[in-house]
Design a binder for this molecule. Structure first.
Ligand code: FMN
Length: 180
């Protein structure tokens, strides 16, 4: 059975939720997965015995997490051998303004340049803002950004912007050639 590596770095939990959703969808399609939470420490297992890889990380203050870049740099030779996708989770992906979406595209490209690895596919996915998980400063900063980007926030303080139908469509498109 073909196996897909799904490795993720998540701070507030939305990329984790997305990665688990992706893994479940892949398994529903009859393929196996290896799910790695990169925040739990350096992973020894990589992509060596996998037929494809999906890496996922979120943007905080214009950057991706080090845990993600360290993993990619460490496993780059194996990652380059198989079909790959990078799932970039952010608020900007939900922005009404095309320049915000262009900015995260540039940010992702410069991340790939810095680590010396380029995925075959880049998928931008809107994340979530959960006020209870943020300190006062973070909350203020994130809500200011949302306001500037015309992103509506839920009055309950729990705003999930992820388009799950789009995530499913991405997974289906990614696994289709592997099933053929
Ligand atoms: C402190 C902080 C800074 C953030 N900075 C950015 C940013 O620069 N650009 C952006 O598009 N989203 C930004 N976000 C939104 C996150 O990318 C979004 O909340 C995402 O869902 C977080 O993923 P995670 O839950 O997996 O950590 C920020 C969120 C927080 C809490």
């Amino acid at each position: 059975m073909k196996r897909i590596l799904v490795a993720f770095a998540s701070r507030e939990g939305q990329t984790e939720k997305i990665a688990h959703h992706i893994a479940r969808r892949i398994e529903d399609k009859g393929l196996a997965t290896r799910l790695i939470d990169l925040m739990k420490g350096p992973a020894d297992a990589g992509a060596d015995d996998c037929d494809a890889v999906i890496l996922a990380g979120s943007i905080h203050r214009g950057r991706h997490d080090q845990e993600l870049s360290h993993f990619i740099m460490r496993h780059a030779p194996a990652l380059r051998k198989v079909p790959s996708a990078f799932v970039c989770v952010s608020l900007s992906a939900a922005s009404m303004h095309s320049h915000d979406r262009a900015a995260i595209d540039e940010l992702a490209q410069s991340f790939f340049y810095d680590i010396g690895w380029y995925p075959d596919q880049l998928e931008h996915v809107a994340g979530a803002v959960r006020d209870k998980q943020l300190n006062l400063l973070e909350r203020y900063a994130v809500h200011t950004v949302m306001y500037q980007k015309d992103i509506p926030s839920d009055p309950t303080g729990d705003t999930e912007l992820t388009d799950w139908t789009a995530v499913d469509a991405f997974v289906d498109g990614f696994v289709a050639p592997l099933k053929a």
